[in-house]
Design a protein around this ligand. Structure first.
Ligand code: FMN
Length: 218
């Protein structure tokens, strides 16, 4: 990431930190309790699955990417996969029809433009959520907001009556106003602010994240 963009995210992050729900560490509020979780599905958006990275891309030179058993994985993707593993449920990816640029800064610029134009990128993925009572939803904070393909997902799927556990990965901004936005988009769902985790800390927080999910299953 260029110094300019890093500085910009720092400003976004600092302004986010004056809000009570945001901070450095893994955090989440449990003020809204979930209805019992019986059948769930994990749904995620990550930059990795939405970008045609060359096969020789490595996690070291590409900030915020992980290689697990030789496969490139996004931060939000890891969380969704752990949720699916703990809950024994399916995992679905929110994948836009048109990939984002491989270049990080170009993606950052495109995401900003999409947000400014309030676009709804078409999705190539479909989801089987009808008989689920709970969705484990994870995505990265993009410009203090949801990535626009996640808005498309909410336009296309009505999650009324379901628990939505929201997991956000970020570089300092925490949840920003994402949970609030999801409550507006899904007024009849039970939207729970689950965990906000710094992208680079996701692999280290695996046990903490799994424990949080296990607690919700009891
Ligand atoms: C387009 C774009 C915009 C971003 N905007 C923010 C932001 O506003 N605040 C922040 O803390 N991090 C921001 N980030 C950093 C990501 O939220 C972070 O790297 C996240 O862990 C990536 O998750 P993923 O691997 O699942 O895509 C941004 C990243 C991208 C690519």
């Amino acid at each position: 990431m260029s110094i300019m963009k890093k500085a910009l995210f720092t400003v976004i992050a600092l302004s986010a930190m004056i809000l009570p729900s945001c901070g450095e560490s893994t955090e989440g509020s449990k003020e809204v309790s979930a209805a019992p979780v019986k059948k769930s599905a994990a749904v995620y958006f990550s930059r990795v699955g939405n970008t045609d990275f060359p096969s020789d891309t490595d996690a070291v030179s590409s900030a915020s990417l992980n290689i697990v058993n030789g496969t490139l994985k996004g931060n939000a993707q890891l969380i969704a996969e752990w949720a699916a593993d703990e809950a024994g449920c399916d995992v679905f990816e929110i994948a836009a029809e048109k990939s984002y640029p491989v270049d990080y800064d170009a993606t950052v610029d495109q995401a900003k433009a999409e947000q400014g134009d309030n676009v709804r990128p078409s999705l190539k993925s479909s989801f089987k959520l009808d008989d689920c009572d709970t969705v484990w939803l994870s995505f990265p904070n993009w410009w203090a907001d949801l990535p626009m393909p996640v808005y498309t997902f909410f336009d296309e799927y009505d999650l009324s009556g379901k628990n939505i556990f929201v997991f956000v990965t970020h570089e300092g901004s925490g949840f920003s106003s994402t949970v609030q936005k999801i409550r507006e988009l899904e007024p009849d769902a039970n939207v729970i602010e689950a965990l906000a985790v710094r992208g680079g800390s996701v692999p280290d927080k695996e046990q903490e994240i799994r424990d949080y999910i296990k607690q919700q299953l009891n």
